[in-house]
Design a protein around this ligand. Sequence first.
Ligand code: SF4
Length: 471
Amino acid sequence: MRTAEQYIASLRERSLELWVDGERVADPTAHPKVRPAIEAVAATYEVAHEAEYAALATAHSDIIDAPVNRFTHLFREPDDLVKKVELQRVLGRRTGTCFQRCVGMDGLNALFIATWEAQGTFHERFVRWMAGVQTRDEVVCGAMTDAKGDRSLRPAAQPDAYLRVVERRDDGVVLRGAKIHQTGAANSHQILVMPGMAMRPGEEDFVIAAAMPVETPGVTMIVGRQPSDERKGGPDAGNVRYAGQEVVVLFRDVFVPNERVFLDGREDGHLQAAATLVDAFAGFHRASYGGCKPGNLDVLIGATALVAKEHGVRKASHVRDKLIEMTHLSETVHGLGLAASNKSTRHDAGVWQVDKVLANVCKHNVTRLPYEIVRLAEDLAGGLMATMPSLADLDHPEYGEALRSVVGSETRAKTLRLIEAMSYGAQAVPLRIECMHGAGSPQAQRIVLEREIDWAARMNAARRLAGLPEQ
Ligand code: SF4
């Protein structure tokens, strides 16, 4: 398994086409807007070499018969799902942001199931490719989300809003389109494109799951902006080391050879397998939010307690009560992520799947509870969080000393900047929007809940107690 340093060095060996604010970036590891996100991914390599976390962060792969980083591992037993969520909390707390590697992990597992259902050579191809990912300990960018355009129109009516096959050759396919919201794409080694929704007959060209190295000709990456991202690397970053990253990835006639095509809508059974893929991925990733977000919120809650202490009100009863409220909301989300993982079931492919209802309830709560937690953090932090001058001003020869007596302690100033970054700034891209839309917007979870809940069983339970015949 790679170390964090080896991972960062490996990024310099790629020649990907990466753009930030209209400028082509030659070395992403040296760019102030990219490096903090690289550091967050590097933390996933770091923990794998720490004795305290080795049991969480590593696992034995039966594919290559060797230890692997958990982010490249299959969920071969229920404990793999539980450990995933616990590891995500550790990393969420360490980085205070999105560490970007879970979409790939959840995508690998979902595609393992889907290609197994599709049968034929596609599953074998996928496992061969995955063995390479595990052996090289690579970061996989799980690329699912299409631009989607007008939601009332199907893909065929607006093909440019979806990634699709535009040419089939004897030796592979040519892809055109884009994937948006690509977490950590510029910090990855491989892109794994997958359909972002179930498709219908007639939409076969939009059903494509395939992998390619990030530097494949025709792949163009454009890093997304974040609030206050100009502050990255400077005194007002808030989080002095880590940040998240989202990227638009353009596919401008990208050729993918057959050995890296894992689902193709023109093949028998692949439309249905793609629906399985989308469903399995949604479950995995919605439970993942029960790990990373409580980890991020640990940082925000800790920062809020720190500021309350600096303000001399930590022991005030309303402050204690608000901190407890923040904690109970965060632990609710974590409990749901763990519960969804513990109540898993085995798919015949040999991968364990989360409880879909609990995973969706977990993510649905993530679209709400962090908003209340952030509100309470802002309440306790006070207005200076939003009006404080730059931390660089504290060292100004003319007025630095006078300003320091206004701003208070270094602890107070730096912690307020961190709270600002986590509530309004660049942290986790930013935190609340990611909580709302990452792993699917709230309505997506409600749709799954309506479908998955056993309404008949509930109504019969009521009938029994009401003295009515069951139906
Ligand atoms: Fe992982 Fe959370 Fe980032 Fe998704 S949002 S990639 S689960 S850290």
